[in-house]
Design a protein around this ligand. Sequence first.
Ligand SMILES: NC(=O)c1ccc[n+]([C@@H]2O[C@H](COP(=O)([O-])OP(=O)(O)OC[C@H]3O[C@@H](n4cnc5c(N)ncnc54)[C@H](OP(=O)(O)O)[C@@H]3O)[C@@H](O)[C@H]2O)c1
Length: 287
Amino acid sequence: MNILITGANGQLGSEFRELSPLYSSYNFFFAGCDSLNICEVEAVREYISAHNIDFIINCAAYTAVDAAEENPVDCDKVNHTAVSNLAKVADEYDAGLIHFSTDYVFDGSKNTPYTEEDPTSARAIYGITKLASERVALAKCNKAMVIRTSWVYSFYGHNFVKTVLKQLQLRGSMGVVYDQIGTPTYAKDLAKFVLNVLSTDFIPGLYHYSNEGVCSWFDFAKMVQRFAGLKGEIYPIHSDQYPAKAPRPAYSVLDKTKVKDTYNIKIPYWVDSLEECIQRIQNDTNK
Ligand SMILES: NC(=O)c1ccc[n+]([C@@H]2O[C@H](COP(=O)([O-])OP(=O)(O)OC[C@H]3O[C@@H](n4cnc5c(N)ncnc54)[C@H](OP(=O)(O)O)[C@@H]3O)[C@@H](O)[C@H]2O)c1
């Protein structure tokens, strides 16, 4: 099976790259933004045809949630129009498409976990463009799987975990919002899940995937501090004390019953996965 990973140098793409040697029955093609811009539809078509791609795993995205408010056209181009083209081209070549979306498609007004059937109501440009991407991916490609995920972090790239580590080391204290509730997702767990799906029965459709459990950003930060063994103070603040251009949902826990029942999987608890990631970061720092 020939698998193309787009956006290969981001958090999720890098985790796929690291896991790839464990999946020797697949041929991986890793394409970063510099080697394959997903906005260039002819380049995508040529790539898929030349490498006989069976599955596209689209890790490319415009993920700067606040910057998106000022650059809606750029954001839509990558998150929506390009995905529409990817889905169309994948379908032309009878290839599958695995695409990722976000908990930010919800407005956060619920206080129980969101299922795939819950009505969406994205409030920020990023969420609006990702919601549009879900619809075009599922409508234009027969073999499309869309996975909504949340609060992604990794050993690779920029993310909340790295921000907390840096802030504590540089400043020794930080305020973190405690009134936004969700679930972190370790990109490595998500990548592993996707690669395992490809070796079982692939069932197209919309799924939710995050780690297990629930927390606020404040709890998340406190746990990062504990596992990293860093001194300093993390104190809780309200969202209005941390003004951001894009509104975030106050509650965006994803219900994962569908993915667990369909694929008969157990999903790691967020605290366990966080501990593993921080060990990786620390081992790397100590090298
Ligand atoms: N990060 C989160 O908290 C989060 C939460 C929910 C859902 N998700 C979704 O999960 C998926 C993976 O996210 P991530 O955290 O791995 O994102 P990431 O680290 O920001 O990686 C995205 C990658 O896409 C690349 N890219 C941007 N425009 C491109 C283009 N036109 N053509 C090809 N590549 C392009 C970027 O390259 P450059 O850096 O060179 O621009 C970057 O390497 C995305 O669909 C995202 O929307 C993420």
